[in-house]
Design a protein around this ligand. Structure first.
Ligand code: SF4
Ligand code: SF4
Ligand code: SF4
Length: 214
């Protein structure tokens, strides 16, 4: 396999508009989720079998009294060596040779969901309550194989999500971190060596999401 593909998600560019979340639903023909107000602008409250992309909203108060409002456009990280495959029978979760995308097949109902979900460092896999099939982001493999960008990337108005060949994305991550360091001393790239969806955060990872860092 070549080095495959990767994403860069730069949270400093994210406005929390949720265009990516809607585009993911639209392209993958996923139904809306009936939801409710939980005291946060995040909606729905978590991933589910029909939500592969979720913009997490984190509202808090810094030590010096200033509030923060962080956005984290969450999705499967397409791990280079995916821990979610633990305990799965062959061909239930597969890795695409060309891109490195980790794909959950329709056969995922055959293995133990809790084993797979708990093995994922980012708490991504979800299961349909009736069919027991597991689901998550597909890397828009159908679009990518057709030479198109993933739907979430194409929809982002601020270029907060980028996609491309892994070596080019890794170079861009390094460059972006160096640039952002001038304004944000705490900036860091998360798990760049082990995942294909590399988040750049400008504050501690847990100020975005408890599973931000694997
Ligand atoms: Fe599997 Fe979780 Fe990695 Fe996605 S993020 S490939 S679900 S272990
Ligand atoms: Fe959804 Fe495609 Fe983006 Fe994955 S790559 S989060 S499936 S739009
Ligand atoms: Fe953030 Fe871009 Fe998603 Fe809007 S579309 S929430 S700016 S990542």
């Amino acid at each position: 396999m070549s080095d495959g593909k990767s994403f860069l998600v730069d949270v400093s560019r994210c406005t929390g508009c949720r265009g990516c979340q809607v585009a993911c639903k639209q392209w993958n023909q996923l139904p809306g989720t009936k939801t409710y107000q939980t005291g946060s602008y995040q909606n729905p409250p978590d991933f589910n079998e029909f939500t592969y992309k979720l913009v997490r909203f984190s509202e808090g108060r810094r030590e010096n009294g200033k509030p923060y409002w962080n956005f984290f456009s969450d999705m499967c990280r397409h791990c280079v060596t995916p821990p979610c495959q633990a305990g799965m029978v062959e061909n239930e979760i597969v890795q695409d040779e060309e891109t490195g995308a980790i794909i959950f097949t329709k056969d995922t109902f055959k293995s133990d969901y809790e084993t797979s979900r708990s093995a994922c460092p980012f708490d991504v896999p979800r299961q349909h309550p009736d069919t027991k099939v597991m689901s998550k982001c597909t890397m828009c493999i159908d679009r990518v194989k057709d030479g198109k960008l993933p739907a979430c990337v194409l929809s982002c108005p601020t270029n907060a999500i980028e996609f491309g060949d892994r070596d080019e994305i890794l170079a861009k991550v390094e460059e972006r971190v160096q640039t952002l360091k001038k304004r944000f001393p705490k900036v860091q790239a998360l798990n760049a060596d082990s995942v294909r969806v590399i988040f750049i955060v400008t504050d501690e990872p847990d100020k975005y999401h408890e599973f931000a860092e694997g």
